[in-house]
Design a protein around this ligand. Sequence first.
Ligand SMILES: Cc1ncc(C[n+]2csc(CCOP(=O)(O)OP(=O)(O)O)c2C)c(N)n1
Ligand SMILES: [Mg+2]
Length: 362
Amino acid sequence: MSQPERNIINMDDLLASDGKTNVLFVNYDNEAFMNTGIQESGSTPPHASTTTGPGGEKIPGKIGIKQDLITPFGFFGTKSLFLATVNPAYPNDLMGKVMEALKTNGSAFIQSFSDCMRGWRHDAGEAVNVSKLATDCGYWPLYTIRVKDGMPVFSYYRGLEIDKEKFEQFLKSMGRFRHLFRPKFREKEIDEIIYYTEQRNNRLKALIEKFGAEKPIDIYRINRKKLQPQYHLQPGHGLCPGCGAGMFLNQLATAAGMVAGNNIIYVNNTSCTEVSTSKDNVSSWNVPWVHHLFESGATIAEAISTAYKILKSKELYSGEVPYIIHIGGDGSTYDIGFQFLKSALMRTSSFVEMNEYLSNQK
Ligand SMILES: Cc1ncc(C[n+]2csc(CCOP(=O)(O)OP(=O)(O)O)c2C)c(N)n1
Ligand SMILES: [Mg+2]
């Protein structure tokens, strides 16, 4: 069989391109309701210990699966949509995807692996190692779905193959899986986690086979010399040392700054990133930032974006329509808030795109 071809995407070409997203929705996935005390979510992996499903001798942590969030979004038949998974341990891929998302007409949704030293129980200094292992062992594959006129086109960067040795190392590195290794080695449960992950990857490979891009491997070339340090989010916020969400926000804002400059509004669901960047009524954000309810930030982000376009088409606003980024945790993305996100994503990827009065974003 011939090797799959690589699709090289240059940052300079992306920045020079014309498109503009209606809203970029992001989910940083730390796999539980963390700021409220490490409760299980639809994203928590099987057998992980949380405060609502603690792992012990009788019950081995979460009973159930980690839901697949992104793939189904590719099949709603939207007009134009950019979907991708990212991991801060792979910053070029992450920042390239954010730039491309912001340059894609319609809307975009990016889901980031988001290490949580507090809830996953490991030393803060291990965060990057754990994050890197997650993709390298096949647990967190990095892939993209570009929807154009209703058809999803799949591509990937890495992490589709399961490496069993690294997978065990990944599980072992976190206290939330300690009950699978001590007092005795629970092979059945460990194999189950790997099995469900492998099934997810097999589905993904089949979709790449069926709906794959001509050149299915995406490689982003990021010109680090041109990259400006981000200035949207100030240091001094209250996220934990080594917090994966902090790493994600830093890279997100770096890439977003390159595309949008200061012309950007962030909307944040209730979550770690929200409580930690708005302590004592002092915001850590240098650009406009809106906190909305746990579940409904996606609707607000969409409303802000659409309102600007209506004002623009009525000639009541003369500035450039701002970029909008919505940030949600996994609790407010998978569980309470899924319908808000799903509907906002569908509207901004189809209705807004199909409405001539809302097309002007300049
Ligand atoms: C309707 C509603 N239910 C519950 C809460 C309490 N609450 C606030 S944030 C949160 C969990 C957030 O989890 P996630 O979205 O994963 O963000 P993280 O804390 O992990 O960053 C909960 C349960 C709320 N604010 N509103
Ligand atoms: Mg969470």
